[in-house]
Design a protein around this ligand. Structure first.
Ligand code: HEM
Length: 214
């Protein structure tokens, strides 16, 4: 047990924890994105995907507990690193390195936005007594302009967060070479934009196209 405390106490240990939990959360995000992209094939296909997911029964519960743990680890470690960085750097960002760009310096704030999004999202889709199909639930919820706007804002925040997150992940894992860093940075950004924009397309199509998920 003491090695866990040792890892968590060291700065590099916390970076590894952020990287490892970030990789696992990215896999979840990708799986969730693929699942939700089935909505582009229509209401029946989307409902069929949802009922297949629910038929996994207790496996889903185990995955949900693991997911909750991952989010908690990522959030608590992120907040601890942020506070440590604040106290270690009284003159914040006096030296602006090339990597300390906008997405890097807004990481804690985009993180808070994602956390807020998750709470709203789970209240909308998870902690409810379902009386309609998943497609109808998603369609009615995201037809509300206020909720749709919040989704668009939060999913843009997610894109920004993942954009630096992927790059940071490569750094923490030692995937680093002066010759290829620019490709790693651009590749990470492209991946984040692809994931974020595909998610964004769902509320966007719901508010702009009557026939989507109808
Ligand atoms: C427009 C984008 C999204 C849509 C339409 C969507 C839709 C859904 C739906 C329908 C569920 C309930 C699944 C069910 O039990 O039937 C769900 C659950 C969930 N979503 Fe999303 N989601 C979106 C984006 C996201 C994002 C970006 C995240 C993470 C940052 C996320 C995290 C979760 C989590 C943690 C759950 C609970 C897992 C579970 O119920 O097993 N979702 N989502």
């Amino acid at each position: 047990m003491s090695w866990i405390i040792k890892v968590f106490r060291s700065s590099i240990g916390k970076k590894y924890i952020m990287a490892a939990s970030g990789v696992c959360l990215s896999f979840f995000l990708l799986a969730h994105l693929i699942g939700n992209s089935v909505s582009f094939w229509g209401k029946e296909a989307y409902n069929s995907y949802a009922s297949h997911l629910h038929s996994l029964g207790f496996i889903i519960y185990i995955l949900e507990i693991l997911l909750l743990l991952l989010f908690l680890i990522h959030i608590v470690t992120g907040i601890t690193l942020f506070i440590e960085n604040l106290s270690a750097r009284p003159t914040r960002y006096a030296i602006q390195t090339k990597e300390r760009n906008w997405s890097a310096s807004t990481m804690p704030y985009s993180g808070i936005l994602i956390l807020l999004f998750l709470l709203v999202h789970l209240l909308n889709f998870h902690f409810i007594t379902k009386t309609v199909s998943t497609a109808e639930l998603v369609k009615t919820t995201l037809s509300n302009p206020l909720i749709a706007s919040f989704y668009l804002l939060s999913l843009s925040g997610l894109t920004l967060h993942a954009s630096h997150g992927f790059w940071s992940l490569f750094q923490s894992l030692g995937i680093n070479h002066p010759k290829y860093n620019i490709f790693l940075q651009r590749g990470g950004r492209a991946m984040a934009v692809l994931i974020g924009m595909t998610f964004i397309l769902i509320p966007l199509l719901i508010v702009t196209t009557d026939s989507f998920l109808q």
